[in-house]
Design a protein around this ligand. Structure first.
Ligand code: PRP
Length: 179
């Protein structure tokens, strides 16, 4: 199997590119006076982040967190363990959390609470995909790329059993293909 024949394309490379540019422009306009730190949640968000930072015309900083969710692979419990923490302080800084996808909202809700204790100036959320049909915890999403249906999606950072993050587009994987 090559990457170019995997799944049914939901969002093409061009659609993603155009939308990421719009998000970058919006962030550029909103943070003219005080450029933010973009906090990327590994692993899924790394492809989106790489394109997003190049669409922002401001001297932003980038930092990373790796977290692991307790519970089974398909559902998020919201109880998360920080595997790798930020390397910089976010005190008195504007923070934008950059995610590939938000489902139940539990991971982000935990992360927001955790980051709030570090006294940032503000925290906003930027997610490429919002699979809001699965939401269990209300979240204010400030920048959303696309609202997607409640289907298993892969590519552009999103994995299927840790593979296919390198697809340049986002595809829907049929149920029988999900391990
Ligand atoms: C995804 C995504 C979010 C989380 C969202 O990560 O990147 O961190 O799930 O789910 P929630 O809204 O239900 O809490 P995943 O656990 O797939 O790990 P990965 O980024 O390493 O692929």
């Amino acid at each position: 199997m090559t990457t170019s024949e995997f799944g049914r394309v939901l969002l093409s490379e061009k659609q993603i590119h155009d939308r990421v540019r719009e998000l970058g422009k919006a962030i550029t306009e909103d943070y003219q006076d005080d450029p933010p730190i973009l906090v990327n949640v590994l692993k899924g968000g790394f492809v989106f982040l790489a394109d997003l930072v190049r669409a922002i015309n401001l001297p932003v900083e980038v930092d990373f967190m790796e977290i692991s969710s307790y519970g089974d692979a398909m559902t998020s419990s919201g109880v998360v363990r920080i595997l790798e923490d930020l390397s910089e302080s976010v005190e008195n800084r504007h923070v934008i959390i950059v995610e590939d996808i938000i489902d139940t909202g539990r991971t982000l809700s935990y992360l927001m609470e955790n980051l709030e204790t570090r006294h940032p100036k503000s925290i906003r959320i930027c997610t490429l995909l919002d699979r809001r049909g699965r939401r269990e915890v209300e979240l204010d999403l400030d920048y959303v790329g696309f609202v997607v249906p409640d289907r298993f999606v892969v590519g552009y950072g999103l994995d299927l059993a840790q593979k296919h993050r390198n697809l340049p587009y986002i595809a829907i994987v049929e149920d029988e293909e999900v391990p």
